[in-house]
Design a protein around this ligand. Structure first.
Ligand SMILES: [Zn+2]
Length: 483
């Protein structure tokens, strides 16, 4: 056991030797530029614990460090001076494919706060379900929140699946996060991944035909019709209703995986493209994104999108781009042009693939700054995020198994400077943190999954999940996305 088992690893620790008998913290608000908005200085001595910070958020992180330090009983004397490397430290929860209960979300949020995350990206609308209560558009809940069953990989059920978060539940989650200095960024994916919306209101698609809410994962041709003026009217009305629930600065409007097949065939979309003098359906998506972004800005929000939105080439400056799979490196060009990006690289930070496909070491050792970002533009990499997609992750235990320790690894890379990051040190410290997480209702994967000894690597994942997971489908989907 190490003397200082803290995740994320603090950036400076001076070991004073010995142990403290003091359990209560004395807080002192200071004005110390070295600590920044989120930093703190924790001085643990034999008979006193002093916590200094410029802000309440700094105090909060100092307390989280003390919580980890004191969990094992003996509190080592030390001076810890600490502040984050990145301002955006996010984890993403997909509640569209499978939902989590409010209590489960709160457990995740507590664990995330312990790891000093400050952003919850909450994916609430997709082909498999719409998860926000709407009074203006009741069919989104009556119809769009439900699907006939599950057909994800090897798992098939004919049991109707669905539900949505009421406005009261969403407000509860948002304020629970705010108390822990976590901003909630909701995502309504537009214009693709909108089967649930189209099922509720078929006139919003190009074909104007009803389609069923999807029971399997994938990329689907039916997307919102950009040429029909009723689409933007609907989106403005819906966003007007939804932004009220989320007081944070940002709103994610998706923009990923939107095939243009329907737009190429749709008379309304074709004439809209012509009328706007646009060269391609991709630019039509750029125009749609710009219109929505303008609307959000009028509401005091900033837009976020997935990196595919850059394909249009006419994305409004200033929009936050989330990089996940970007073979043409448009997001690095975006950053080099002084626009902010965050990095949630598919091969390293996606948490829904088994550990033998995305080993923890690969996640941990990945540099948060994407290759190609010029050194003087690195400040435009606002931070990093670990997404948890839930097509296959349909129980909370499984969520925790896949997310921990990965969330902790990404949290450390988001907080700790490069020179202090060390994979084997992380594994030791995370192992020591596991009892604390378990006491919070979070059961991480056992260490043989993520810190494997040679020859045992596959045994854990396959043994635990072989009845639940279809590796062939996952491998195929992983390979198809690589191409
Ligand atoms: Zn259309």
């Amino acid at each position: 056991m190490k003397r200082f088992n803290i995740v994320p690893r603090p950036n400076f620790i001076k070991n004073l030797g010995g142990y403290s008998a003091c359990r209560s913290i004395k807080k002192e608000l200071v004005s110390d530029t070295a600590l920044g908005d989120e930093g703190y200085r924790l001085t643990v001595e034999k008979n006193s614990v002093l916590l200094e910070a410029n802000t309440e958020q700094g105090f909060f992180y100092g307390e989280k460090t003390f919580e980890q330090l004191s969990f094992c009983g003996k509190i080592p004397c030390a001076v810890i001076e600490d502040k984050p490397r990145f301002t955006y430290r996010g984890f993403m929860v997909d509640s569209a494919r499978h939902m989590q209960t409010v209590d489960e979300l709160k457990k995740l949020i507590d664990a995330a706060a312990l790891l000093k995350f400050n952003t919850l990206h909450w994916h609430l609308s997709d082909d498999q379900g719409f998860r926000i209560e709407s009074e203006k558009f009741p069919f989104l809940n009556e119809k769009g929140s439900w699907r006939k069953g599950d057909d994800f990989g090897a798992r098939h059920t004919d049991i109707p699946y669905g539900g949505y978060y009421t406005k009261a539940e969403i407000r509860d989650i948002v304020s629970y996060c705010a108390e822990r200095f976590i901003e909630v960024i909701p995502e309504i994916d537009i214009p693709g991944h909108t089967t649930a919306i189209i099922h509720s209101y078929p006139h919003l698609s190009c074909k104007k035909e009803e389609i069923a809410v999807k029971t399997k994962q994938g990329i689907f041709d039916d997307i919102l019709c950009a040429g029909d003026s009723r689409t933007l009217d609907f989106l403005f009305e819906l966003l007007e209703e939804v932004v009220e629930l989320f007081p944070g600065e940002r709103f994610h409007i998706g923009g990923d995986e939107a095939p243009k097949k329907r737009w190429e065939e749709c008379e309304l979309c074709k004439s809209k493209q012509l009328a706007l003098g646009l060269e391609s359906p991709e630019q039509l998506q750029g125009w749609l994104t710009a219109e929505i972004t303008k609307f959000l800005e009028a509401k005091g929000k900033k837009g976020s999108v997935w990196n595919e939105s850059l394909a249009a080439g006419n994305l409004p400056e200033g929009i936050l781009v989330q990089r996940w799979m970007d073979p043409k490196n448009k997001s690095t060009i975006w950053a080099n042009r002084a626009n902010y990006i965050i990095n949630s690289d598919f091969y390293h930070y996606y948490c829904d693939y088994p550990y033998h496909m995305t080993p923890l070491k690969k996640t941990y050792n990945y540099s948060p700054i994407p290759k190609g970002v010029a050194p003087i533009m690195e400040k435009y990499v606002l931070g990093i995020e670990c997404p948890m997609w839930t097509e296959y992750v349909y129980t909370f235990d499984w969520f925790c198994y896949m997310a921990f320790p990965r969330f902790a690894a990404v949290a450390e890379r988001a907080w700790t400077i490069e020179a202090r990051c060390d994979h084997s040190s992380f594994c030791e410290r995370f192992e020591a943190l596991m009892p604390l997480l378990r006491s919070m209702g979070i059961n991480p994967a056992p260490s043989y999954e993520w810190n494997p000894t040679p020859g045992r690597r596959l045994a854990g994942t396959l043994g635990f999940f072989k009845d639940k997971i279809d590796f062939k489908t996952i491998t195929n989907s992983l390979n198809s996305q690589k191409n």
